[in-house]
Design a protein around this ligand. Structure first.
Ligand code: 6GU
Length: 242
């Protein structure tokens, strides 16, 4: 999979050199390209923002550098007849979910557009974005951290990245339930015992116990998951509504 990230803070994405994503890059499973948006700013000051039409606080990212960046980045793969899926992280997007991550993992090429300030001029988004995606109901300073989250969630779904494919299939949300707690040795620690069933060797009983605890945990912490009212973001083929 190829991943392009356009940002005014390429250094913000340096965690992608580490750990699971870093190893996937070393092994050629994902090919990450970071781009500094200012390289497409045409004035001497490399300005990428301007005041909002209609007034109000803050600044808006100007359309010209974004348009030039997206044109050049998209064309860089056009020789292979490829077109990227273009994602804009934004608090006004549809929710990011495990199902949506799974849909992205099936794409050959993703482009993340990291906005700052009050956001990117809406004409860029109308013309270029396939999806506008939010991490949740809170506001971050820009799309960079959200992009880190999405790239990590997608990378661990790519074949060969996580050793045991079952550990991905069992993840919280993969089956609609929160995972049960886990334990390792020693069997007693600070007067706290590992549940006897997990040490019983009775595989059927262990499966039943885990399912029961997962259900109880989900009912207590995330009743919305049991109600099946998961918002539109789980549609892996979902495109931004125009
Ligand atoms: Cl994707 N971006 C920003 N700036 N804030 C957010 C977000 C994204 N998701 C939740 N808050």
């Amino acid at each position: 999979m190829r991943v392009d990230i356009i940002t005014i803070f390429p250094d913000y994405l340096s965690p992608l050199e580490l750990s699971l994503v870093g190893r996937a890059r070393d092994r050629g499973i994902i090919d990450v390209h970071l781009h500094d948006l200012r390289q497409w700013a045409s004035d001497v000051h490399r300005t990428v923002d301007d005041a909002p039409y209609g007034g109000g606080p803050g600044m808006v990212m100007r359309p010209e550098p974004w348009w030039a960046a997206l044109t050049e980045v998209s064309e860089s793969g056009a020789a292979d007849g490829r077109r990227p899926r273009i994602i804009v992280p934004t608090p006004v997007g549809r929710p990011f979910t495990q199902g949506y991550a799974g849909g992205l993992a099936a794409e050959p090429w993703l482009v993340f557009c990291c906005g700052r300030y009050e956001g990117i001029d809406a004409r860029v988004i109308e013309a270029w974005a396939d999806d506008e995606i939010s991490l949740g109901d809170y506001v971050l300073a820009g799309g960079e951290v959200a992009t880190l989250v999405m790239v990590e969630a997608v990378t661990r779904l790519l074949p060969g990245v996580v050793g045991n494919a079952e550990s991905v299939a069992d993840d919280s949300f993969a089956n609609g339930l929160l995972e049960p707690p886990v334990y390792t040795r020693p069997p007693v620690w600070h007067d706290r015992e590992v549940p006897a069933v997990l040490r019983s060797g009775d595989h059927g009983a262990i499966i039943r116990w885990r399912r029961e605890v997962a259900l109880r945990r989900t009912a207590q912490r995330r009743p919305d998951l049991l109600a099946g009212t998961d918002p539109a973001g789980t549609d892996p083929a979902g495109r931004v509504a125009q």
